[in-house]
Design a protein around this ligand. Structure first.
Ligand code: ATP
Ligand code: MG
Length: 553
Protein backbone atom coordinates (compact mmCIF):
# COMPACT_ATOMS: atom_id res chain seq x y z
CA UNK A 1 0.00 0.00 0.00
CA UNK A 2 1.26 3.45 -0.79
CA UNK A 3 2.09 5.66 2.16
CA UNK A 4 -0.34 8.56 2.29
CA UNK A 5 0.68 10.21 5.58
CA UNK A 6 3.90 12.15 5.20
CA UNK A 7 6.45 11.93 7.99
CA UNK A 8 6.91 14.86 10.30
CA UNK A 9 10.34 16.43 10.65
CA UNK A 10 11.15 14.50 13.84
CA UNK A 11 10.36 11.18 12.20
CA UNK A 12 12.59 12.18 9.32
CA UNK A 13 15.50 12.90 11.68
CA UNK A 14 15.00 9.61 13.50
CA UNK A 15 14.82 7.60 10.30
CA UNK A 16 18.00 9.20 9.05
CA UNK A 17 19.78 8.47 12.35
CA UNK A 18 18.69 4.85 12.20
CA UNK A 19 19.68 4.51 8.55
CA UNK A 20 23.10 6.06 9.12
CA UNK A 21 23.74 4.03 12.24
CA UNK A 22 23.85 6.95 14.71
CA UNK A 23 21.64 4.83 16.89
CA UNK A 24 20.32 1.31 16.68
CA UNK A 25 17.16 1.63 18.76
CA UNK A 26 15.09 4.67 19.62
CA UNK A 27 14.66 5.85 23.20
CA UNK A 28 12.54 8.90 24.09
CA UNK A 29 11.40 10.31 27.39
CA UNK A 30 8.92 12.67 29.03
CA UNK A 31 10.67 14.79 31.67
CA UNK A 32 8.17 16.89 33.67
CA UNK A 33 9.15 18.97 36.64
CA UNK A 34 6.84 17.96 39.50
CA UNK A 35 5.79 21.53 40.21
CA UNK A 36 2.19 21.47 39.00
CA UNK A 37 -0.40 19.42 37.17
CA UNK A 38 0.04 18.49 33.53
CA UNK A 39 -2.00 20.28 30.88
CA UNK A 40 -3.06 19.74 27.28
CA UNK A 41 0.31 21.02 26.04
CA UNK A 42 2.11 18.34 28.05
CA UNK A 43 -0.28 15.77 26.57
CA UNK A 44 1.10 16.69 23.19
CA UNK A 45 4.65 16.13 24.33
CA UNK A 46 3.75 12.84 26.08
CA UNK A 47 1.89 11.42 23.12
CA UNK A 48 4.59 12.59 20.72
CA UNK A 49 7.40 10.95 22.70
CA UNK A 50 5.44 7.81 23.42
CA UNK A 51 4.17 7.61 19.85
CA UNK A 52 7.69 7.82 18.42
CA UNK A 53 8.96 5.09 20.74
CA UNK A 54 6.07 2.88 19.65
CA UNK A 55 6.46 3.66 15.98
CA UNK A 56 10.16 2.68 16.00
CA UNK A 57 9.75 -0.22 18.45
CA UNK A 58 11.87 1.63 20.95
CA UNK A 59 11.54 2.67 24.56
CA UNK A 60 9.72 5.49 26.29
CA UNK A 61 11.06 6.60 29.68
CA UNK A 62 9.23 8.50 32.33
CA UNK A 63 11.50 10.80 34.28
CA UNK A 64 10.78 13.41 36.87
CA UNK A 65 13.08 16.34 36.42
CA UNK A 66 13.20 17.07 40.11
CA UNK A 67 16.38 19.11 40.39
CA UNK A 68 14.80 22.25 41.82
CA UNK A 69 13.48 21.43 45.31
CA UNK A 70 11.97 24.88 45.93
CA UNK A 71 8.83 24.30 43.87
CA UNK A 72 8.45 20.55 43.76
CA UNK A 73 5.99 18.39 45.66
CA UNK A 74 5.07 14.74 46.02
CA UNK A 75 1.41 15.58 45.27
CA UNK A 76 2.44 16.58 41.77
CA UNK A 77 4.47 13.40 41.25
CA UNK A 78 1.37 11.31 41.87
CA UNK A 79 -0.95 13.40 39.73
CA UNK A 80 1.50 13.39 36.85
CA UNK A 81 1.83 9.60 36.93
CA UNK A 82 -1.93 9.19 37.00
CA UNK A 83 -2.41 11.56 34.06
CA UNK A 84 0.21 9.87 31.90
CA UNK A 85 -1.21 6.42 32.60
CA UNK A 86 -4.66 7.68 31.74
CA UNK A 87 -3.39 8.99 28.41
CA UNK A 88 -2.12 5.50 27.73
CA UNK A 89 1.62 6.22 27.57
CA UNK A 90 3.30 3.18 29.12
CA UNK A 91 6.78 3.60 30.60
CA UNK A 92 6.82 -0.09 31.64
CA UNK A 93 9.48 -0.38 34.36
CA UNK A 94 11.32 2.78 33.39
CA UNK A 95 10.22 5.35 35.94
CA UNK A 96 13.17 7.57 36.82
CA UNK A 97 13.92 10.55 38.99
CA UNK A 98 16.65 13.03 38.14
CA UNK A 99 17.36 13.20 41.88
CA UNK A 100 18.51 9.56 41.73
CA UNK A 101 21.37 10.79 39.57
CA UNK A 102 22.67 13.49 41.92
CA UNK A 103 25.78 11.48 42.75
CA UNK A 104 26.56 10.77 39.10
CA UNK A 105 25.97 14.42 38.24
CA UNK A 106 28.35 15.44 40.97
CA UNK A 107 30.93 13.07 39.53
CA UNK A 108 30.35 14.47 36.04
CA UNK A 109 31.05 17.94 37.43
CA UNK A 110 34.26 16.67 39.01
CA UNK A 111 35.24 15.23 35.60
CA UNK A 112 34.80 18.66 34.06
CA UNK A 113 36.87 20.31 36.80
CA UNK A 114 39.65 17.79 36.29
CA UNK A 115 39.65 18.54 32.55
CA UNK A 116 39.93 22.24 33.30
CA UNK A 117 36.40 22.73 31.95
CA UNK A 118 34.71 24.00 35.10
CA UNK A 119 35.62 26.35 37.93
CA UNK A 120 34.27 27.55 41.24
CA UNK A 121 33.28 31.21 41.07
CA UNK A 122 32.77 33.64 43.97
CA UNK A 123 30.96 36.36 42.04
CA UNK A 124 27.49 37.18 43.30
CA UNK A 125 24.46 36.46 41.10
CA UNK A 126 24.33 40.18 40.38
CA UNK A 127 27.98 40.33 39.35
CA UNK A 128 27.63 37.24 37.19
CA UNK A 129 24.84 38.99 35.32
CA UNK A 130 26.97 42.09 34.84
CA UNK A 131 29.95 40.10 33.59
CA UNK A 132 27.76 38.17 31.18
CA UNK A 133 27.50 40.96 28.61
CA UNK A 134 24.54 41.46 26.31
CA UNK A 135 23.30 40.22 22.97
CA UNK A 136 25.49 42.80 21.28
CA UNK A 137 28.47 42.92 23.67
CA UNK A 138 30.70 40.05 24.71
CA UNK A 139 31.01 39.14 28.38
CA UNK A 140 34.06 39.45 30.65
CA UNK A 141 35.99 36.60 32.23
CA UNK A 142 35.36 36.03 35.91
CA UNK A 143 38.40 36.86 38.07
CA UNK A 144 38.08 33.30 39.45
CA UNK A 145 38.22 31.66 36.05
CA UNK A 146 41.86 30.65 36.30
CA UNK A 147 41.77 28.87 39.62
CA UNK A 148 43.83 25.67 39.58
CA UNK A 149 42.21 22.31 39.16
CA UNK A 150 43.23 21.41 42.75
CA UNK A 151 41.70 24.54 44.21
CA UNK A 152 38.49 24.01 42.22
CA UNK A 153 38.25 20.38 43.35
CA UNK A 154 38.74 21.42 46.94
CA UNK A 155 36.22 24.26 46.82
CA UNK A 156 33.61 22.17 45.00
CA UNK A 157 33.91 19.49 47.65
CA UNK A 158 33.47 22.13 50.32
CA UNK A 159 30.36 23.37 48.49
CA UNK A 160 29.03 19.84 48.66
CA UNK A 161 29.93 19.52 52.33
CA UNK A 162 27.88 22.53 53.26
CA UNK A 163 30.75 24.87 54.08
CA UNK A 164 29.26 27.76 52.09
CA UNK A 165 26.03 29.66 52.34
CA UNK A 166 23.48 29.88 49.54
CA UNK A 167 24.80 32.07 46.75
CA UNK A 168 28.32 32.32 48.18
CA UNK A 169 29.85 30.14 45.48
CA UNK A 170 28.76 28.45 42.27
CA UNK A 171 30.34 26.02 39.86
CA UNK A 172 30.54 27.30 36.31
CA UNK A 173 31.39 25.64 33.03
CA UNK A 174 34.44 27.17 31.41
CA UNK A 175 33.40 27.75 27.81
CA UNK A 176 33.63 31.14 26.15
CA UNK A 177 32.66 34.55 27.55
CA UNK A 178 32.73 35.99 24.03
CA UNK A 179 30.37 33.45 22.53
CA UNK A 180 27.55 35.01 20.51
CA UNK A 181 25.28 32.57 22.38
CA UNK A 182 24.83 33.88 25.91
CA UNK A 183 24.06 30.37 27.18
CA UNK A 184 27.69 29.48 26.39
CA UNK A 185 29.20 32.28 28.47
CA UNK A 186 30.49 30.19 31.35
CA UNK A 187 27.02 29.16 32.56
CA UNK A 188 26.44 28.25 36.19
CA UNK A 189 26.08 24.48 36.48
CA UNK A 190 25.84 23.98 40.26
CA UNK A 191 24.52 26.19 43.01
CA UNK A 192 24.46 26.00 46.79
CA UNK A 193 20.93 25.70 48.21
CA UNK A 194 20.37 24.58 51.77
CA UNK A 195 16.90 23.20 51.22
CA UNK A 196 15.41 19.77 51.70
CA UNK A 197 14.51 17.86 48.59
CA UNK A 198 11.23 15.91 48.51
CA UNK A 199 13.13 12.71 47.77
CA UNK A 200 16.73 13.12 48.88
CA UNK A 201 15.98 15.09 52.04
CA UNK A 202 19.06 16.90 53.34
CA UNK A 203 21.57 14.67 51.63
CA UNK A 204 22.54 17.44 49.23
CA UNK A 205 23.00 21.16 49.68
CA UNK A 206 24.20 21.72 46.13
CA UNK A 207 21.87 21.24 43.19
CA UNK A 208 22.67 21.05 39.47
CA UNK A 209 21.21 23.64 37.10
CA UNK A 210 18.75 22.52 34.44
CA UNK A 211 21.10 23.00 31.48
CA UNK A 212 23.71 20.77 33.07
CA UNK A 213 21.38 18.20 34.60
CA UNK A 214 19.09 17.62 31.66
CA UNK A 215 21.62 16.40 29.06
CA UNK A 216 23.21 14.19 31.71
CA UNK A 217 19.85 12.62 32.63
CA UNK A 218 19.22 11.86 28.98
CA UNK A 219 22.70 10.45 28.49
CA UNK A 220 22.60 8.28 31.64
CA UNK A 221 19.38 6.68 30.43
CA UNK A 222 20.55 6.11 26.87
CA UNK A 223 17.92 8.45 25.47
CA UNK A 224 18.59 8.82 21.75
CA UNK A 225 16.23 11.66 20.87
CA UNK A 226 15.58 14.30 23.49
CA UNK A 227 12.51 16.11 22.26
CA UNK A 228 11.73 19.46 23.81
CA UNK A 229 10.02 22.72 22.96
CA UNK A 230 11.42 25.60 20.92
CA UNK A 231 12.55 27.80 23.79
CA UNK A 232 15.44 25.39 24.31
CA UNK A 233 16.83 25.83 20.82
CA UNK A 234 19.46 28.32 22.03
CA UNK A 235 20.43 25.92 24.78
CA UNK A 236 21.28 23.12 22.38
CA UNK A 237 24.98 24.09 21.97
CA UNK A 238 25.34 23.83 25.76
CA UNK A 239 23.47 20.51 25.78
CA UNK A 240 25.89 19.19 23.16
CA UNK A 241 28.87 20.65 25.02
CA UNK A 242 27.92 18.91 28.29
CA UNK A 243 27.44 15.44 26.82
CA UNK A 244 30.64 15.76 24.78
CA UNK A 245 32.87 17.10 27.58
CA UNK A 246 31.59 14.60 30.12
CA UNK A 247 32.50 11.99 27.56
CA UNK A 248 29.49 10.02 26.39
CA UNK A 249 30.09 7.85 23.39
CA UNK A 250 26.54 7.90 22.00
CA UNK A 251 25.29 11.31 23.02
CA UNK A 252 21.56 12.00 22.84
CA UNK A 253 20.31 14.46 20.25
CA UNK A 254 18.07 17.36 21.24
CA UNK A 255 15.23 18.17 18.82
CA UNK A 256 12.87 21.09 19.34
CA UNK A 257 9.24 21.48 18.30
CA UNK A 258 6.64 24.22 18.77
CA UNK A 259 4.54 24.30 21.93
CA UNK A 260 0.85 23.73 21.65
CA UNK A 261 -1.17 26.83 22.43
CA UNK A 262 -4.94 27.14 22.54
CA UNK A 263 -6.39 30.50 21.58
CA UNK A 264 -7.85 32.36 24.56
CA UNK A 265 -7.20 29.46 26.90
CA UNK A 266 -4.99 29.49 29.98
CA UNK A 267 -2.41 26.69 29.70
CA UNK A 268 0.63 27.96 31.61
CA UNK A 269 1.20 26.13 34.87
CA UNK A 270 1.95 29.41 36.58
CA UNK A 271 -1.46 30.88 35.71
CA UNK A 272 -3.42 27.76 36.49
CA UNK A 273 -1.68 27.65 39.84
CA UNK A 274 -2.75 31.21 40.52
CA UNK A 275 -6.40 30.45 39.70
CA UNK A 276 -6.26 27.48 42.05
CA UNK A 277 -4.53 29.32 44.87
CA UNK A 278 -6.88 32.29 44.67
CA UNK A 279 -9.88 29.96 44.83
CA UNK A 280 -11.25 31.16 41.51
CA UNK A 281 -11.53 27.56 40.38
CA UNK A 282 -12.36 24.39 42.28
CA UNK A 283 -8.82 22.93 42.29
CA UNK A 284 -6.46 21.81 39.54
CA UNK A 285 -9.19 19.59 38.12
CA UNK A 286 -11.87 22.26 37.79
CA UNK A 287 -13.63 21.30 34.53
CA UNK A 288 -13.07 24.80 33.11
CA UNK A 289 -9.31 24.27 33.02
CA UNK A 290 -7.29 22.39 30.44
CA UNK A 291 -5.10 20.50 32.87
CA UNK A 292 -5.33 16.80 32.03
CA UNK A 293 -7.07 16.14 35.34
CA UNK A 294 -9.64 18.82 34.49
CA UNK A 295 -10.23 17.49 30.98
CA UNK A 296 -10.74 14.00 32.41
CA UNK A 297 -13.18 15.29 35.02
CA UNK A 298 -15.06 17.26 32.40
CA UNK A 299 -15.48 14.08 30.35
CA UNK A 300 -12.79 14.21 27.70
CA UNK A 301 -11.32 10.83 26.76
CA UNK A 302 -7.73 9.80 26.00
CA UNK A 303 -8.87 8.97 22.46
CA UNK A 304 -10.22 12.48 21.93
CA UNK A 305 -6.97 14.01 23.13
CA UNK A 306 -4.95 11.73 20.87
CA UNK A 307 -7.09 12.73 17.92
CA UNK A 308 -6.61 16.38 18.83
CA UNK A 309 -2.86 16.09 19.12
CA UNK A 310 -2.70 14.26 15.78
CA UNK A 311 -4.75 16.96 14.08
CA UNK A 312 -2.45 19.63 15.50
CA UNK A 313 0.61 17.97 13.99
CA UNK A 314 4.23 18.68 14.89
CA UNK A 315 5.82 21.89 13.74
CA UNK A 316 8.81 24.18 14.15
CA UNK A 317 6.85 27.41 14.37
CA UNK A 318 4.59 28.56 17.19
CA UNK A 319 0.91 28.87 16.47
CA UNK A 320 -2.33 28.68 18.36
CA UNK A 321 -5.19 26.24 17.90
CA UNK A 322 -8.88 26.93 18.39
CA UNK A 323 -10.57 25.29 21.38
CA UNK A 324 -13.37 24.33 18.96
CA UNK A 325 -11.02 21.76 17.49
CA UNK A 326 -10.76 20.02 20.85
CA UNK A 327 -14.56 20.07 21.06
CA UNK A 328 -14.77 18.58 17.59
CA UNK A 329 -12.49 15.73 18.73
CA UNK A 330 -14.56 14.80 21.76
CA UNK A 331 -17.80 14.86 19.75
CA UNK A 332 -16.19 12.60 17.18
CA UNK A 333 -15.07 10.19 19.86
CA UNK A 334 -18.34 10.02 21.77
CA UNK A 335 -20.73 10.12 18.83
CA UNK A 336 -20.99 6.39 18.26
CA UNK A 337 -19.86 5.18 21.67
CA UNK A 338 -22.38 6.75 24.00
CA UNK A 339 -26.11 6.30 24.53
CA UNK A 340 -28.42 9.16 23.66
CA UNK A 341 -30.91 9.66 26.45
CA UNK A 342 -33.46 12.21 27.55
CA UNK A 343 -32.71 14.81 30.19
CA UNK A 344 -34.63 17.98 30.95
CA UNK A 345 -32.41 20.82 32.11
CA UNK A 346 -35.09 23.43 32.80
CA UNK A 347 -38.30 21.47 33.39
CA UNK A 348 -41.89 22.54 32.99
CA UNK A 349 -44.79 20.14 33.53
CA UNK A 350 -46.83 18.80 30.64
CA UNK A 351 -50.12 17.00 31.37
CA UNK A 352 -51.87 14.85 28.80
CA UNK A 353 -55.52 15.34 29.69
CA UNK A 354 -56.84 12.36 27.73
CA UNK A 355 -54.21 9.86 28.85
CA UNK A 356 -55.47 7.39 31.52
CA UNK A 357 -54.51 8.38 35.02
CA UNK A 358 -52.14 5.93 36.73
CA UNK A 359 -51.20 4.20 33.48
CA UNK A 360 -47.52 3.69 32.59
CA UNK A 361 -46.43 2.30 29.26
CA UNK A 362 -42.87 1.53 28.23
CA UNK A 363 -41.32 2.41 24.91
CA UNK A 364 -38.41 0.40 23.64
CA UNK A 365 -35.93 3.07 22.52
CA UNK A 366 -32.63 2.42 20.68
CA UNK A 367 -29.68 3.84 22.61
CA UNK A 368 -27.91 5.18 19.57
CA UNK A 369 -29.53 5.25 16.16
CA UNK A 370 -26.13 5.28 14.47
CA UNK A 371 -24.81 2.32 16.43
CA UNK A 372 -27.11 -0.63 16.93
CA UNK A 373 -24.56 -2.37 19.12
CA UNK A 374 -25.50 -0.10 22.00
CA UNK A 375 -28.84 -1.86 22.22
CA UNK A 376 -32.04 -0.33 23.52
CA UNK A 377 -33.71 0.61 26.77
CA UNK A 378 -37.22 0.88 28.18
CA UNK A 379 -38.50 4.42 28.67
CA UNK A 380 -41.64 4.95 30.77
CA UNK A 381 -44.42 7.21 29.51
CA UNK A 382 -47.37 8.46 31.52
CA UNK A 383 -49.94 11.20 31.85
CA UNK A 384 -47.58 13.68 33.53
CA UNK A 385 -44.32 14.54 31.88
CA UNK A 386 -41.67 17.22 32.00
CA UNK A 387 -40.40 19.03 28.94
CA UNK A 388 -37.87 21.85 28.45
CA UNK A 389 -39.28 25.23 29.32
CA UNK A 390 -37.90 26.65 26.08
CA UNK A 391 -39.89 24.10 24.07
CA UNK A 392 -43.11 25.97 24.82
CA UNK A 393 -44.07 29.52 23.92
CA UNK A 394 -47.33 31.36 24.52
CA UNK A 395 -46.77 33.58 21.53
CA UNK A 396 -44.34 31.94 19.17
CA UNK A 397 -42.34 33.86 16.59
CA UNK A 398 -42.36 32.71 12.99
CA UNK A 399 -40.65 29.37 12.33
CA UNK A 400 -41.06 28.21 15.92
CA UNK A 401 -42.23 24.63 15.44
CA UNK A 402 -42.30 23.47 19.00
CA UNK A 403 -45.25 23.63 21.40
CA UNK A 404 -47.62 26.58 21.50
CA UNK A 405 -51.36 26.80 22.00
CA UNK A 406 -53.14 24.83 19.29
CA UNK A 407 -49.94 23.34 17.82
CA UNK A 408 -49.17 19.66 17.47
CA UNK A 409 -45.67 18.21 17.99
CA UNK A 410 -44.11 14.80 18.30
CA UNK A 411 -42.99 13.70 21.76
CA UNK A 412 -39.80 11.89 20.80
CA UNK A 413 -40.27 8.10 20.67
CA UNK A 414 -43.89 8.39 21.90
CA UNK A 415 -47.00 10.17 20.57
CA UNK A 416 -48.14 13.35 18.85
CA UNK A 417 -49.61 15.83 21.32
CA UNK A 418 -51.54 19.04 20.77
CA UNK A 419 -51.42 21.93 23.23
CA UNK A 420 -54.91 22.74 24.50
CA UNK A 421 -54.22 24.94 27.52
CA UNK A 422 -51.56 26.25 29.93
CA UNK A 423 -51.34 27.84 33.38
CA UNK A 424 -49.17 30.65 34.72
CA UNK A 425 -48.27 31.86 38.18
CA UNK A 426 -48.55 35.47 39.42
CA UNK A 427 -45.21 36.33 37.85
CA UNK A 428 -46.33 35.15 34.46
CA UNK A 429 -44.19 32.05 34.60
CA UNK A 430 -45.63 28.97 32.93
CA UNK A 431 -46.47 26.31 35.51
CA UNK A 432 -48.34 23.70 33.50
CA UNK A 433 -49.00 22.88 29.89
CA UNK A 434 -52.03 20.81 28.96
CA UNK A 435 -52.18 18.64 25.88
CA UNK A 436 -54.19 15.87 24.33
CA UNK A 437 -52.55 12.94 22.60
CA UNK A 438 -53.61 10.94 19.60
CA UNK A 439 -53.24 7.20 20.37
CA UNK A 440 -52.91 6.23 16.71
CA UNK A 441 -49.66 8.24 16.37
CA UNK A 442 -47.83 5.87 18.70
CA UNK A 443 -44.15 5.57 17.81
CA UNK A 444 -43.45 2.38 15.90
CA UNK A 445 -47.06 1.97 14.78
CA UNK A 446 -46.25 3.05 11.23
CA UNK A 447 -48.67 5.97 11.42
CA UNK A 448 -48.45 8.16 8.31
CA UNK A 449 -51.72 10.04 8.59
CA UNK A 450 -50.15 13.48 9.04
CA UNK A 451 -46.83 15.14 9.74
CA UNK A 452 -45.64 17.55 12.41
CA UNK A 453 -42.67 19.86 12.15
CA UNK A 454 -41.43 19.78 15.74
CA UNK A 455 -40.09 16.95 17.87
CA UNK A 456 -39.37 17.56 21.53
CA UNK A 457 -37.96 15.37 24.30
CA UNK A 458 -39.53 14.67 27.68
CA UNK A 459 -39.29 12.58 30.83
CA UNK A 460 -42.09 10.88 32.72
CA UNK A 461 -42.67 12.78 35.97
CA UNK A 462 -43.21 9.88 38.36
CA UNK A 463 -40.06 8.00 37.31
CA UNK A 464 -37.76 10.98 36.72
CA UNK A 465 -34.44 11.24 38.55
CA UNK A 466 -33.30 14.62 39.87
CA UNK A 467 -29.84 15.85 38.95
CA UNK A 468 -27.61 18.89 38.99
CA UNK A 469 -26.05 19.94 35.70
CA UNK A 470 -23.10 22.29 35.31
CA UNK A 471 -22.61 24.26 32.13
CA UNK A 472 -19.20 25.74 31.43
CA UNK A 473 -17.89 28.58 29.38
CA UNK A 474 -14.33 29.74 28.86
CA UNK A 475 -12.95 31.09 32.11
CA UNK A 476 -11.39 33.85 30.02
CA UNK A 477 -13.42 36.73 28.65
CA UNK A 478 -12.73 36.07 24.98
CA UNK A 479 -13.71 39.54 23.85
CA UNK A 480 -10.94 41.07 25.90
CA UNK A 481 -8.21 38.48 25.36
CA UNK A 482 -6.36 36.43 27.97
CA UNK A 483 -4.22 39.00 29.75
CA UNK A 484 -4.71 42.49 31.06
CA UNK A 485 -1.94 45.02 30.68
CA UNK A 486 -0.69 44.27 34.18
CA UNK A 487 -0.39 40.58 33.32
CA UNK A 488 -3.49 39.52 35.25
CA UNK A 489 -6.12 37.34 33.60
CA UNK A 490 -9.30 38.70 32.03
CA UNK A 491 -11.83 36.50 33.72
CA UNK A 492 -15.29 35.68 32.43
CA UNK A 493 -17.47 35.95 35.51
CA UNK A 494 -20.16 33.73 33.99
CA UNK A 495 -18.00 30.74 33.21
CA UNK A 496 -20.05 28.42 35.41
CA UNK A 497 -23.84 27.95 35.37
CA UNK A 498 -25.34 25.48 37.83
CA UNK A 499 -28.75 24.02 36.98
CA UNK A 500 -30.11 22.45 40.13
CA UNK A 501 -33.51 21.13 39.12
CA UNK A 502 -32.81 18.94 36.16
CA UNK A 503 -34.80 15.76 35.60
CA UNK A 504 -33.55 12.66 33.86
CA UNK A 505 -35.15 9.54 32.51
CA UNK A 506 -34.76 6.59 34.91
CA UNK A 507 -32.13 4.81 32.80
CA UNK A 508 -29.63 7.27 34.28
CA UNK A 509 -29.98 5.63 37.68
CA UNK A 510 -26.92 3.47 37.12
CA UNK A 511 -24.64 6.35 36.04
CA UNK A 512 -21.22 6.30 37.71
CA UNK A 513 -18.30 8.72 37.93
CA UNK A 514 -16.81 9.52 34.49
CA UNK A 515 -19.73 7.88 32.61
CA UNK A 516 -20.79 10.04 29.74
CA UNK A 517 -23.95 10.35 27.68
CA UNK A 518 -25.51 12.36 24.96
CA UNK A 519 -28.47 14.28 26.36
CA UNK A 520 -30.63 14.41 23.26
CA UNK A 521 -30.81 17.83 21.63
CA UNK A 522 -28.40 19.22 24.28
CA UNK A 523 -24.89 17.88 24.12
CA UNK A 524 -22.53 15.48 25.81
CA UNK A 525 -22.45 15.27 29.59
CA UNK A 526 -20.27 13.40 32.07
CA UNK A 527 -20.90 12.35 35.67
CA UNK A 528 -18.72 14.56 37.88
CA UNK A 529 -16.21 12.37 39.68
CA UNK A 530 -15.79 14.69 42.64
CA UNK A 531 -19.29 15.79 43.58
CA UNK A 532 -21.75 13.29 42.14
CA UNK A 533 -23.40 10.75 44.46
CA UNK A 534 -25.67 7.84 43.53
CA UNK A 535 -28.72 9.60 44.96
CA UNK A 536 -27.66 13.10 43.93
CA UNK A 537 -26.19 12.97 40.45
CA UNK A 538 -24.05 15.82 39.18
CA UNK A 539 -23.20 16.15 35.49
CA UNK A 540 -20.67 18.32 33.67
CA UNK A 541 -21.45 19.46 30.19
CA UNK A 542 -18.50 18.35 28.11
CA UNK A 543 -19.61 20.05 24.94
CA UNK A 544 -22.81 21.14 23.24
CA UNK A 545 -24.02 19.43 20.07
CA UNK A 546 -23.64 22.39 17.78
CA UNK A 547 -20.37 23.28 16.22
CA UNK A 548 -19.10 25.85 13.82
CA UNK A 549 -15.80 24.03 13.56
CA UNK A 550 -14.78 22.70 10.18
CA UNK A 551 -11.94 20.25 9.91
CA UNK A 552 -9.17 21.89 7.86
CA UNK A 553 -8.59 20.14 4.52
P1 ATP B 1 4.53 25.32 31.64
O1 ATP B 1 5.23 26.31 30.78
O2 ATP B 1 3.11 25.12 31.29
O3 ATP B 1 4.72 25.57 33.09
P2 ATP B 1 6.77 23.57 31.52
O4 ATP B 1 7.43 23.59 30.20
O5 ATP B 1 7.38 24.39 32.58
O6 ATP B 1 5.23 23.93 31.33
P3 ATP B 1 7.73 21.00 32.29
O7 ATP B 1 7.29 20.14 33.37
O8 ATP B 1 9.07 21.64 32.38
O9 ATP B 1 6.63 22.12 32.08
O10 ATP B 1 7.58 20.29 30.88
C1 ATP B 1 7.64 18.94 30.61
C2 ATP B 1 7.70 18.77 29.11
O11 ATP B 1 6.50 19.21 28.50
C3 ATP B 1 8.82 19.57 28.47
O12 ATP B 1 9.51 18.72 27.57
C4 ATP B 1 8.11 20.69 27.77
O13 ATP B 1 8.84 21.13 26.66
C5 ATP B 1 6.77 20.06 27.40
N1 ATP B 1 5.73 21.07 27.27
C6 ATP B 1 5.38 21.99 28.18
N2 ATP B 1 4.41 22.80 27.71
C7 ATP B 1 4.12 22.36 26.45
C8 ATP B 1 3.22 22.78 25.43
N3 ATP B 1 2.40 23.82 25.61
N4 ATP B 1 3.19 22.09 24.28
C9 ATP B 1 4.01 21.05 24.09
N5 ATP B 1 4.90 20.61 24.99
C10 ATP B 1 4.97 21.25 26.17
MG1 MG C 1 9.27 24.25 33.40
Amino acid sequence: MEETVSKNFIEQIIEKDLAEGHCTAVCTRFPPEPNGYLHIGHAKSILLNYGLAEEYHGKFNMRFDDTNPTKEKEEFVESIKEDIKWLGADWEDRLYFASDYFKRMYEAAVTLIKKGKAFVCDLTAEEIREYRGTLTEPGKDSPYRNRSVEENLDLFEKMKNGEFADGEKVLRAKIDMASPNINMRDPVIYRVAHISHHRTGDQWCIYPMYDFAHPLEDAFEGVTHSICTLEFEDHRPLYDWVVKEVGFECPPKQIEFAKLYLTNVVTGKRYIKKLVEEGIVDGWDDPRLVSIAALRRRGFTPESIKLFVDLCGVSKSNSSVDYAMLEYCIREDLKLKKPRMMAILDPVKLIIDNYPEGQVEYFDVPNNLENEELGSRKVPFSRELYIEREDFMEEPPKKYFRLFPGNEVRLMNAYFVTCVDYKKDEDGRITEIHCTYDPQTRSGSGFTGRKVKGTIHWVSAAQAIPAQVRLYENIIDEEKGVYNEDGSLNLNLNSLTVLKNCLLEPAFAEAKAYDSFQFVRQGYFCVDAKDSKPDALVFNRIVSLKSSFKLPK
